[in-house]
Design a protein around this ligand. Structure first.
Ligand SMILES: C[S@@+](CC[C@H](N)C(=O)[O-])C[C@H]1O[C@@H](n2cnc3c(N)ncnc32)[C@H](O)[C@@H]1O
Length: 191
């Protein structure tokens, strides 16, 4: 998909050039700050970011805003290699990057799971997360704006479980972020 290639190009540039990182990370700052508040994330949480990309802005900002330990997973080997180098250069000891598919992982030990908007197949990843993550885990998903919806994979059925959300700015591709708490008794219970 063209959007993935474009994102990867921008993210690679951001890992090589400080100014490019400052400019491009501005897109995520407001978004991620609001997500951290929405899910009430703090330094005791263990966060899993599924789909970190070459430049894992979301993971870095979540860690910076909350001090939580963050694990980033990406299914693309090159993304993982570049992200690892970048995280190491930046000196973040509490962020680690692993190679894997978001749908195949063990979610044990994570109290927050964040799904990138570009992950595929989103429906499968979300189904696995909601059925296997520990009770009480807060799961965050981003919903694209109507005009760009067709560029992203959908997970309409699973998204019904998410209710509480925050709306993002006019200039973001993300319309809103929703959160739900994993609850096996009442699948779909929300905070
Ligand atoms: C371009 S990134 C966007 C993340 C962005 N850098 C951030 O900080 O929020 C999306 C990444 O998701 C990865 N991805 C897509 N589907 C995935 C899946 N099922 N499991 C793990 N990673 C996935 C892609 O390889 C890509 O690198």
């Amino acid at each position: 998909m063209r959007i993935i290639k474009l994102t990867q190009f921008i993210e690679l540039l951001a890992t090589k050039n400080r100014l490019a990182y400052c400019i491009t990370s501005a897109y995520y700052r407001f978004l991620v700050k609001r997500e951290a508040v929405l899910a009430n994330i703090n330094e005791k949480d263990r966060v899993l970011c599924i789909g970190g990309g070459i430049c894992p802005y979301t993971a870095i900002l979540l860690h910076r805003y909350t001090r939580a330990h963050v694990t980033v997973v990406d299914s693309n080997k090159r993304c993982v290699e570049e992200a690892r180098k970048f995280i190491s250069r930046k000196g973040y000891k509490n962020i680690n990057v692993v190679l894997g598919k978001g749908e195949d992982l063990s979610y044990d030990g994570y109290t927050v799971i964040h799904l990138a908007m570009q992950i595929t197949p989103k429906e499968l990843v979300l189904r696995e997360v909601l059925s296997r993550a520990q009770e009480g885990t807060r799961v965050l998903i981003r919903k694209p704006k109507k005009g760009v919806e067709r560029l992203y994979c959908r997970a309409a059925e699973e998204e019904k479980h998410f209710a509480r959300c925050i709306k993002h700015s006019l200039f973001s591709n993300v319309d809103y972020t929703s959160v739900c708490i994993v609850d096996r008794e009442a699948v779909g219970s929300t905070i």
